[in-house]
Design a protein around this ligand. Structure first.
Ligand code: ADP
Length: 445
């Protein structure tokens, strides 16, 4: 009996640890995407809007002037290089700036302008002559809070009367003090402490509450409950805003629980497709042979930039070394790197400083390095049970319909096992993957 219960508790620990890793992973991916993003994500999809009061007119704006922002804020927006509102901002901004304030749940993929939108809303609603917190924004991690803080500072550059405070662990304040900053941004645990236990913030005076990255938030143990406890301390008149990049059932349930009478705005993610991609496979017997095939391919066709995916760090490191020896400028993305380091590597690759990016599957999951012309699966993507990871395959190779250029994908097969994976991927997408003979490469275009 003892061994059984022993096993159980160990299982529980493993489970908790696993969910910790997953949430860390989500937060890290989100941060990585923020660090490498330099402009808006293009989209042709239409915004879906659900208004709480269907009789009130549906406003949308095509310019920032129409919003009648305070002059220093308009100046801030233009100084950031924004010419016109993004798709989601066209609808979200008028709702968030309306009088009386309206609540909002908004979902759109990362890079579509959500952060800029709610930062503008917070800055607009602040009364700088009142020296107490009026806007409260919760983020899943310290790093993500800092990123949003930077946007507040940038956009508020010409509005220096408005001050910002970070409610994050490690930011220790004297007992009994009251915050004078109008905007507070932080992680749920610390924000809750500052409102409840330490009373640095009077939650009854909060006018705008923002819950950012709700999908990442609920993946973290404890954050969901803490967020709800914060929300309960706020006055009924407080404007509540929730943002998420994805909308699984769990996020949706949470959103409805925490945001009363919301307007809802959704912008579907641009679908990825394999239609504009030429897919090939190469049969080899070992990783050395795969490397040789790769060299042959490089010798035969001009490759502007390629991303090469490997299963393990070791293979990735080895391959990067071999390619360097051949005279290629190689960037390597590896799991032991900090998020900031990874972002720097990706940034250099984007700028064309390196022509080849070698990475492990895990490392590149969920990041959007769009529009490399050639993707090489040195190892095919498989999940932890050894089944084909179709989603990863699509995300890696696929292009978003309208904006995607044509692309080339080459899959390297080196065993019965990987041939089987390839066949299953081919079946799944119902798209032919052509065999390539690397001694005779005339057929690739
Ligand atoms: P999200 O929060 O949805 O990930 P962000 O607000 O961070 O998106 O915006 C993504 C990128 O686009 C940022 O670099 C931001 O500065 C920029 N951006 C946001 N809104 C606009 C706009 N209206 N015009 C141009 N660029 C914008």
């Amino acid at each position: 009996a003892e061994s059984v219960s022993g096993l159980k508790s160990k299982d529980l620990v493993n489970k908790a640890f696993l969910s910790f890793l997953i949430s860390e992973d989500k937060a890290a991916q989100s941060l990585l995407n923020k660090l490498i993003r330099s402009n808006l994500v293009n989209t042709t999809n239409q915004v879906e809007v659900l208004q709480r009061d269907p009789n009130s007119p549906l406003y949308s704006v095509k310019s920032f002037e129409e919003l009648r922002l305070k002059p220093p804020l308009l100046q801030g927006v233009y100084a950031m290089g924004f010419n016109r509102p993004s798709k989601i901002q066209e609808n979200a901004l008028p709702m968030m700036l309306a009088e009386p304030p309206q609540n909002l749940i908004a979902q759109s993929q990362s890079g579509t302008g959500k952060t800029a939108a709610f930062v503008l809303a917070m800055l607009s609603h602040v009364d700088p002559s009142n020296k107490w917190p009026q806007c409260l924004c919760v983020s899943p991690t310290y790093e993500l809070a800092l990123q949003t803080g930077k946007v507040i500072e940038q956009m508020g550059k010409f509005y220096p009367e408005v001050k910002l405070m970070y409610a994050i662990r490690g930011n220790k304040l004297e007992r009994g003090m009251k915050l004078q900053e109008q905007i507070v941004i932080g992680t749920p645990g610390t924000v809750l402490d500052w409102c409840q236990k330490l009373k640095f913030i009077d939650p009854k005076k909060i006018k705008v509450f923002v819950l950012d990255e709700a999908d990442v938030m609920i993946a973290t143990q404890g954050h969901l409950d803490q967020s709800i406890r914060i929300q309960r301390m706020l006055p009924k008149t407080c404007q509540m805003l929730l943002f998420s990049a994805t909308f699984e059932e769990t996020v949706w349930n949470f959103a409805k629980r925490i945001i009363p009478d919301p307007n809802i705005i959704k912008l579907k993610r641009e679908e990825e497709t394999l239609d504009t991609i030429k897919q090939y496979y190469v049969v080899c017997n070992s990783k050395e042979e795969k490397f040789q095939a790769l060299c042959n391919i490089y010798g035969a066709i001009t490759i502007a930039q390629a991303m090469i995916f490997c299963h393990t760090r070791r293979t990735a490191g080895w391959l990067a070394g071999e390619l360097s020896k051949e005279g290629h400028q190689v960037a390597l993305l590896s799991g032991e790197m900090q998020v900031e380091q990874r972002a720097a590597v990706i940034q250099r690759f984007r700028e064309g400083k390196e022509k080849v990016l070698v990475t492990t599957n895990v490392c590149a999951r969920g990041i959007d390095v769009e529009q490399v012309s050639v993707v090489i699966n040195f190892d095919l993507p498989v999940d932890k049970d050894g089944n084909p990871d179709n989603e990863t395959y699509l995300h890696r190779i696929g292009r978003t319909g309208r904006f995607g250029k044509r692309g080339l994908a080459i899959n390297m097969v080196d065993s019965k096992f990987s041939m089987n994976i390839l066949n299953r991927i081919q079946e799944h997408f119902n798209k032919k993957i052509e065999k390539l003979d690397t001694d005779d490469l005339d057929e690739i275009e």
